[in-house]
Design a protein around this ligand. Structure first.
Ligand code: URA
Length: 257
């Protein structure tokens, strides 16, 4: 094996390990069985007749694209029904479904309903929601033009962060709605929404402002409006992030909407 082959092999292996890390694999088993040491003169390695890349094929994972779904929101919501699949149902008043334009180019995803949303059965209608409406208008759109939803549809007691189990029970319905609408851009609001949609361990401060990918859809992570209410100095960065979204939508006008 030439040194270039070795470098290629190490680079490919690193890529594969990184891919596995992104998929959530935390470790791989390495055999600890010691081979008996045989003291013989080293045998010269035969020069491979083919490059290693053709031996292993293309190891780069193919990008996953979202398949357009023909379900309706009504079918999805009927399937959710009077949900008792996770403990959050015990204290909720209402299930809060995704609302807005079902042909939307832009979607906002939050964490879970708060007290106002729980009472009104609508996402983002409390103080944070009113700020979100202003943010939408600041980029020249109306709230009715976009789609707004949450990873979890029931209010967690005391507005705590939903657990991983609670999120994993509810998230598939959001992903099915995304497959129906196929928005061009999804803005994920805050750490919890971002981590759930992107399956990442990075924090919002690190990834905000940089377009990410969810199955071919552009995803912009930014701060949650509730956080902006607590720390208004972060509004400037949020505005920078949303300008990127506006510019993307302005320059990628799709014909079929
Ligand atoms: N915070 C969220 O994450 N979602 C809402 O709907 C309201 C507040």
């Amino acid at each position: 094996m030439t040194s270039n082959d070795l470098i290629d092999l190490v680079t490919e292996t690193k890529k594969q390990l990184e891919h596995l890390r992104v998929l959530g694999v935390e470790g791989i088993q390495v055999s600890t069985v010691q081979q008996p040491r045989v003291e013989t003169a080293p045998t010269p390695m035969p020069t491979p007749s083919e490059p290693l890349s053709s031996l292993f094929g293309d190891l780069t994972p193919a990008p996953v694209k979202l398949t357009k779904s023909t379900e309706t929101f009504e079918q999805i919501h009927a399937e959710i029904g009077d949900c008792t699949r996770c403990p959050l149902h015990q204290q909720r008043t209402h299930i809060v479904h995704t609302e807005g334009n079902r042909k939307a180019r832009l979607m906002f995803v939050g964490e879970a309903p708060g007290a106002d949303e729980d009472i009104q059965a609508r996402p983002f209608v409390g103080r944070a929601g009113q700020l979100l409406t202003k943010i939408i208008e600041a980029i020249g759109m109306k709230r009715e033009e976009v789609l707004i939803g949450n990873v979890n549809r029931c209010r967690p007691p005391g507005n705590r962060t939903p657990t991983i189990e609670e999120a994993s029970v509810c998230k598939p319905y959001l992903l099915r709605e995304i497959a129906v609408v196929q928005p061009e851009v999804i803005v994920v609001l805050g750490n919890t929404a971002m981590k759930n949609l992107l399956d990442t361990r990075e924090g919002i401060t690190r990834l905000r402002g940089q377009f990410q990918d969810y199955k071919g859809i552009k995803v912009m992570p930014t701060f949650h409006p509730a956080y902006l209410l607590r720390d208004p100095s972060k509004k400037r960065e949020t505005w920078e992030d949303l300008k990127k979204v506006r510019d993307y939508l302005d320059t990628h006008r799709s014909s079929d909407r």
